[in-house]
Design a protein around this ligand. Structure first.
Ligand SMILES: *Cc1c(COP(=O)(O)O)cnc(C)c1O
Length: 354
């Protein structure tokens, strides 16, 4: 039976990438050892690392004025690293709140800076007119795709300050004009590779000494000066991310993925909207293409839905504990057939339980 994994993260990875990693796991390029067992400074690993960075730069059209860092600590490490790197202690910074992750980022930043939190949440949508409450902060932070809430912002907020974004759950899933940003970052485990790795793309002219207590392993300038090898990087995750980047290039790059992602999301939302048995409460213009939360009108059927879905090979559909109901995460690696299988199952479950 084909299993489709709808986990929000760590999420499924492309099958072709996993098969290649398996095939070369014990003997990397004829060296007789695994890529996991190579010195990060060896010629072989350096080639892996450089190719991964070059391919990511190609996929996202990133110029030399930006550093691309492969770092530890997932996305959350950067909730604290960003203010410590970019502003003096206590400086004013603006945070747009559109869901749980941006709220978490603002809370962490408040340890190092004076946070002006601008809450855009408005029922199932976002009130973008509140953007005008930003202003004095030295940068503006937001989260374009709220993984838990299934709420997305498709247009960048307009600001004359450096724009910073947590792209953990939609990087490489749609076009990003990097030149509009001062910094973007992403934990790897949604659209890039194994958990633990985070990627930071930052305009080099923003980098300085950082706040005095900034840990060296999170010091962006130090990381950039050392090619992300100030300490031992997560080498296997870096290698696997590189394989995902090659796979994305073979699929036709980010624009091609974005087309498939739009089709997958449309299929699922259109079905949910056509049914009174299921619902999604997010305002259509702010619906995420990556994370689709939905509820059964009759929540007492939740347990049966999840158990039968699992038996049908549709894994990890349980919603986040704070939201309840279901959530289907449909990142780049999820094929259209996976979403078709989910919709077919939902139709069947509905007719069995009407
Ligand atoms: C998953 C996620 C995070 C947290 O990532 P970690 O790697 O667990 O730190 C942060 N922000 C967003 C938007 C996420 O989806």
């Amino acid at each position: 039976m084909t299993v489709y994994n709808f986990c929000a993260g760590p999420a499924m990875l492309p099958t072709d990438v996993m098969a290649k990693a398996q095939a070369e796991l014990l003997d990397f390029q004829g060296l007789g050892v695994s890529v996991m067992e190579l010195s990060h400074r060896s010629k072989s690993f350096m080639a892996v690392a450089e190719a991964a960075e070059a391919n990511l730069r190609q996929l996202m059209n990133i110029g030399d004025d930006y550093a691309v860092l492969f770092t530890h600590g997932g996305a959350r490490a950067h909730f604290s690293a960003i203010p410590q790197n970019l502003v003096a202690a206590g400086a004013k910074v603006d945070y747009l709140i559109s869901g749980q992750w941006s709220a978490g980022a603002a809370k962490e930043a408040a340890k190092y800076a004076t946070v002006n939190a601008i809450d855009l949440r408005d029922g199932g949508g976002l009130d973008l007119s509140r953007l005008n409450q930003a202003g004095e902060g030295e940068y503006l932070h937001y989260c374009p795709n709220e993984t838990v809430d299934g709420v997305a912002m498709f247009e960048e907020p307009v600001t004359d300050k450096p724009l910073i974004a947590d792209y953990s759950s939609c990087i490489l899933g749609r076009h990003i004009d990097i030149n509009k940003y001062g910094l973007i970052y992403a934990g790897a485990q949604k659209n890039i590779g194994p958990a633990g790795l985070a990627i930071v793309i930052v305009r080099r002219d923003l980098l300085g000494e950082g706040q005095p207590q900034l840990p060296s392993i999170l010091n962006y300038r130090l990381l950039d000066d050392n090619g992300s090898m100030y300490n031992t990087p997560p080498t296997f995750a870096w290698y696997l991310a590189g394989e995902v980047f090659k796979w994305l290039q073979q699929q036709g790059g980010v624009e091609a993925m974005a087309g498939v992602n739009r089709a997958k999301a449309a299929l699922l939302y259109d079905f949910i909207d056509s049914s009174t048995f299921y619902q999604n409460r997010v305002q259509p213009s702010h619906r995420s293409e990556m994370n689709v939360p939905f509820q059964l009108t009759n929540a007492s059927l939740d347990g049966a839905f999840l158990a039968q879905a699992e038996q049908a090979g549709l894994m990890a559909l349980k919603g986040h504990r704070s939201v309840g109901g279901m959530r289907a995460s449909i990142y780049n690696a999820m094929p259209l057939e996976g979403v078709r299988a989910l919709v077919d199952f939902m139709k069947q479950f509905e007719s069995d339980n009407r």
